[in-house]
Design a protein around this ligand. Structure first.
Ligand SMILES: Nc1ncnc2c1ncn2[C@@H]1O[C@H](COP(=O)(O)OP(=O)(O)O)[C@@H](O)[C@H]1O
Ligand SMILES: [Mg+2]
Length: 238
């Protein structure tokens, strides 16, 4: 379903009364509520932090917006330029196009093919946009250096990296060719202070470019350094 709005180059996300439950078919079809009645808005250049205790449904909200999970009820309205689309109601093929063009998702764990070097994993989104390989690799190297990845790891597969190194590769891949809406699931969870501060600096820079960011932080102090607003799932459900 596509609704036309006034022409504008900006992107906004408005989530309205979004709910999701799982039916566990191997457990006598019992229903488990992941989250219910989640509503918030993200303006261009704003970072909204999704907070709440473990198991509150934070990761499920991100996965439902990205349509990894099928939405239950509610709307996920994305204003993309002059268009307003409901990500909870569009077709799978439309959703694939919105993901390709507009929505980035840095999940909690790096999922990549084996035998691809760290540099090529990070360069891939630029190459997909038509950037020449050498140029894309040079930018990937810059970003990996900024994130304090050791040079001798650049040509190796990140599958053998430590948790914190994998996380930085995952973030580098997610921000090298930033989409207009960025979803981040605990991007600083296994990072030391120095790397986490650099990730926050990179996110700040994306905000200045007008990108909408929805993020879950494992650490309240880091969240407060970067978030413009907070939506606490539990407070709105109690
Ligand atoms: N794929 C799934 N199938 C069944 N239950 C799930 C699934 N994903 C999440 N859940 C359940 O939904 C609830 C919220 O999980 P999650 O979104 O991971 O919470 P959070 O990220 O806030 O810790 C939990 O009770 C979890 O077990
Ligand atoms: Mg989670």
């Amino acid at each position: 379903m596509i609704m036309q709005t006034s022409p504008s180059s900006s992107y906004r996300l408005r989530v309205s009364k979004l709910s999701k439950s799982f039916t566990l078919h191997n457990r006598g079809a019992i229903e488990i509520e992941a989250f219910s009645d989640v509503s918030f808005c993200i303006d261009p250049g704003e970072l909204l932090a999704l907070t709440g205790p473990s198991g509150a449904g934070k990761s499920s909200v991100l996965k439902t917006i990205y349509r990894t999970y099928k939405p239950g009820s509610g709307q996920v309205l994305l204003q993309r330029g002059g268009q307003l689309v409901d990500l909870a109601a569009c077709s799978d093929s439309e959703m694939l196009e919105y993901r390709r063009a507009d929505i980035g998702f840095v999940t909690q764990f790096l999922k990549i093919l084996p035998r691809v070097s760290a540099v090529d994993v990070v360069a891939a989104p630029l190459v997909a946009l038509g950037r020449g390989l050498e140029n894309a690799r040079a930018e990937a190297v810059d970003l990996l250096r900024r994130l304090y990845i050791r040079e001798d790891l650049f040509s190796l597969s990140p599958l053998t990296f430590s948790g914190g190194e994998q996380q930085r590769v995952n973030i580098a891949r997610g921000v090298i060719a930033p989409k207009k809406l960025l979803l981040l699931d605990e991007p600083t969870a296994s990072l030391d202070d120095k790397s986490a501060a650099m990730v926050l600096e990179i996110l700040n820079n994306l905000k200045q470019q007008g990108i909408c960011i929805l993020a879950i932080f494992h650490d309240r102090q880091r969240m407060e350094q970067i978030a413009d607003n907070e939506f606490n799932i539990m407070e709105y459900n109690s």
